[in-house]
Ligand binder design. Sequence first.
Ligand SMILES: [Zn+2]
Length: 142
Amino acid sequence: MKFDTVKLVVDLKSLSRGMNRGVYDIPLLKVEWNIEDVDPADSQGILELVVDFGDEFVLCSGRLNAYFRTPCARCLEPSRFSISEEIYRVYTWIPDPASEEQREVISQSGELSIFDAVQEAVLLSIPLKPLCSPDCTGICYN
Ligand SMILES: [Zn+2]
C-alpha cells in the first residue's frame, strides 16, 4: 500500500482486494492540521492503517499514536495530550443520499485522502479541560 505520509493520501492503485495493512511514520510537523490552538508536540507519530478495499466501499480504520499540545486551561502553557480516538471512515464511489452513515465519495484520480478522518481523531482527542499538570495553579503574579 502506497501512502503519502504528509498529505495523508492512500494510492488506491497500490491496493490489493481485501485487507491492506500498513504502519507509517508520520512527520507531524509537515502535515497541515489546521486545528485552532492545537499543534503536534513531537516531530513524529505512528499511524497504523487498515484499508479494506471492496467492490462498493473502501473502509479505512486505524490509529494515530502521537502527542499533540494545546494551551493549559489554567496557565496557557502548552499541555500535551495523546490521540485516544480510533480512525474509522467509509468511502464509496457512488454517493447515496439516502444512507444515514457518513460516506465520502472517492475522486476519479484514484487517490483517497484520509486527512479528514485523521484530523477528526485529533479533534475528538482534545481534552475538555487541558492541564499542563494535574496540580497546575494557574497564572500567578506574586
Ligand atoms: Zn498549567
